[in-house]
Design a protein around this ligand. Structure first.
Ligand code: ADP
Ligand code: MG
Length: 193
């Protein structure tokens, strides 16, 4: 029997948009319906590079901004199988520079953007203590997503993340099932190539 390939589905959104909640529910639902699904998180903090990033995020160490961006990319490469699609557009870096280290990673079959106003996100709890968990940084992240979503070569789907956890889950599950079916007919592709 010809082997069918799987699908790479990415959940994106600002802090507290529901990525962790929905990622866990999606994997549980997909496994329950007979798929072999696995949840990956980025950064993956257990590797050597992940440990450097973790310590930086916890503000225990300092790193130069370009190096941080490259380490996030290296952390995606070392897990290789999949990649979170986030690109940190530092104020002074061009989007093109930010994208370069990720060129050639597996191209996601579906990127679900969990759209939530920053004010609504704020009502879901206080910011944590880590680097980037600030309103200013999250505003920058949103601007960056807007730029990335204009790329018509990628399959972005915007999901209204202000709905109930159950409603968001149903929408994400249906979109993911479609993506898994479609991916089986299509060749694997590389990101931004
Ligand atoms: P992220 O991983 O994107 O930062 P989380 O999944 O950790 O977000 O969710 C952040 C908080 O918001 C959690 O307390 C979670 O229970 C809550 N939450 C997630 N989705 C919803 C939703 N649709 N409605 C209300 N609260 C939600
Ligand atoms: Mg999370």
């Amino acid at each position: 029997m010809a082997s069918r390939r799987g699908a790479l589905i990415v959940l994106e959104g600002v802090d507290r948009a529901g990525k962790t909640t929905q990622g866990l529910r999606l994997v549980t639902a997909l496994c329950a319906s007979g798929h072999r699904a696995e949840l990956l998180r980025f950064p993956e903090r257990s590797t050597e590079i992940g440990k450097l990033l973790s310590s930086y995020l916890e503000k225990k160490t300092e790193l130069e901004d370009h190096s941080v961006h490259l380490l996030f990319s290296a952390n995606r490469w070392e897990q290789f199988a999949f990649s979170n699609h986030r690109v940190f557009c530092w104020q002074n870096f061009s989007l093109d520079w930010c994208k370069q280290p990720d060129v050639g990673l597996p191209k996601p079959d579906l990127i679900l953007f969990l759209q939530l106003q920053l004010l609504d996100a704020a009502s879901r709890g206080e910011f944590g203590l880590e680097r980037y968990e600030t309103g200013t940084f999250q505003e920058q992240v949103l601007l960056c997503f807007q730029q990335l979503m204009s790329d018509k070569n990628l399959n972005w789907k915007v999901v209204d993340a202000s709905k109930s956890i159950e409603d968001v889950h149903e929408e994400i599950r249906a979109l993911s099932e479609d993506a898994i079916r479609n991916a089986a007919q299509r060749p694997l592709e590389e990101l931004w190539k």
